[in-house]
Design a protein around this ligand. Structure first.
Ligand code: C6P
Length: 417
């Protein structure tokens, strides 16, 4: 804090200093220094998050919103402070619009099972895109099976770009909900959300954004976007596993029926009927992941302590550098070539299966993901069984990109026909 006016001062971005914050990065894997490029699957945790979790389990831990005693009050305060931090992080109007859930998957299932079951009738349409993760496909398929709704899919180009004209044609007065990803986890494509959201609202549809791969790479302002729901996971943004967020506009959340029943989500219970608590508690049945939420608050503090534009620039440079070096290797093809991309480079080799690439890179201490990345329909659309995917975080370096490229070179030598 700046002592004079209490305005937080952004920490200068220095990647070597950032790396010192992450203990797990400093280890050898198969005799090589770890190069961790599987951040889209899950990112490592800074000391600030680890210490916060240790602190709460070591001292101020108790159940929340139940006890009148000292520890319960302290822990409840920290849990609600975390909600406030998340609300500010995505610029929600009100902390009541932040529902703590297990992750993106649970957030989307919550909307499908509450908003979806209430509003989708036989013949109504739900519009998703061909870029979606299984988490933003399967819950809608299940909803359609239950309600007679119809799932429609916006096509994607060979480069990995949504066909916005097709999207606008698919929208109709039957469209109840549009559910699209902010950033594609398989290709890195950043979708033009404003255009999508405005067009969906023009036909009276609600919009859910899957922000799992976006919220830690770029500033997200849910009021400016005007999305109705925004979902993300703590573990990809340097926070704990098992905790995530559903943002929803307060008026929508208030009108939605609860999903899971139990303690914490009720106002009064009798054997005849129950009444429900106000938001957000209506959607947080049972004992929540208390320390997970507090740890997520610490992750938000950590990310927010930096000049976020500098972090985004650094990640973009890594992606561009990796694309340039990998793209120059004969027999390697980058998959996902749109101009507007974030932190992800997917590729295929002419002569080696992605699983072989991933396994061999691991022998050199390089962690990447290989396979369909939980986007089987997208892989089918691109006529691929899978890709090898390098995904970057704020702590990665140019020399790690060079280690990746050298590793891929070794794989190519092994498989050269
Ligand atoms: N993608 C990946 O390696 P959960 O598991 O609920 O935290 O997140 C699911 C999810 C939803 N949407 C997108 C765009 C995602 O990328 C993910 C998780 C990981 O790409 C694990 S499959």
């Amino acid at each position: 804090m700046n002592a004079k006016n209490s305005v937080p001062v952004a920490r200068a971005f220095d990647v070597e200093a950032v790396r010192r914050d992450f203990p797990a990065l400093h280890q050898q894997v198969h005799g090589h220094p770890l190069v961790y490029l599987d951040n889209a699957a899950s990112a490592h945790k800074p000391r600030a998050v680890i210490d916060t979790i240790t602190h709460y389990y070591s001292t101020d831990y108790s159940n929340v919103h139940r006890g009148l005693h000292y520890l319960s009050e302290r822990c409840s305060q920290a849990y609600e402070d975390a909600r406030g931090k998340v609300a500010s992080f995505i610029h929600a109007k009100d902390a009541r619009e932040i529902i703590f859930v297990r992750g993106t998957t649970e957030a989307i299932n919550l909307v499908a099972n509450t908003y979806g079951r209430k509003h989708v009738r036989a013949g109504d349409e739900i519009l998703i895109s061909a870029l979606e993760h299984h988490s933003n496909i399967v819950p809608w398929q299940m909803l359609c099976e239950q309600t007679g709704g119809v799932l429609k899919v916006v096509p994607v180009s060979d480069a990995g770009e949504l066909d916005l004209e097709a999207f606008e044609h698919l929208l109709s007065s039957r469209t109840r909900l549009v559910a699209v990803t902010h950033v594609s986890n398989a290709l890195g494509t950043i979708n033009p959300l404003r255009r999508i959201i405005d067009a969906a609202h023009a036909v009276g549809a609600r919009v859910l954004i899957d922000g799992a791969q976006a919220v830690h790479h770029m500033p997200v302002d849910v009021q400016d976007l005007d999305c109705d729901f925004y979902a993300f996971s703590g573990h990809k943004m340097y926070g704990p596993t098992g905790i995530g967020v559903l943002y929803g506009k307060a008026a929508l959340l208030e009108a939605m029926p609860p999903w899971q029943g139990g303690g914490e989500m009720i106002r009064e219970v009798s054997f005849e009927r129950s009444t429900y608590a106000d938001i957000p508690f209506k959607f947080e049945a049972g004992t929540p992941h208390i320390v997970g939420a507090i740890g997520l608050g610490a992750a938000v503090d950590y990310i927010s302590s930096f000049d976020r534009a500098a972090v985004a620039r650094h990640e973009h440079e890594l992606m561009t550098y990796a694309t340039e070096l990998l793209g120059s290797l004969p027999g390697l093809r980058i998959v996902g070539t749109v101009a507007n991309k974030a932190s992800i480079v997917s590729f295929v080799l002419d002569d080696a299966h992605p699983h072989d690439v991933g396994t061999i890179l691991d022998r050199y201490g390089i962690a990447v993901r290989a396979g369909h990345h939980c986007t089987m329909p997208l892989m089918n659309r691109l006529c691929l069984g899978g890709t090898t995917r390098a995904s970057f975080a704020m702590y990665n370096t140019r020399s790690e990109v060079e280690r990746l490229v050298a590793g891929v070179g070794k794989v190519m030598e092994m498989f050269r026909r």
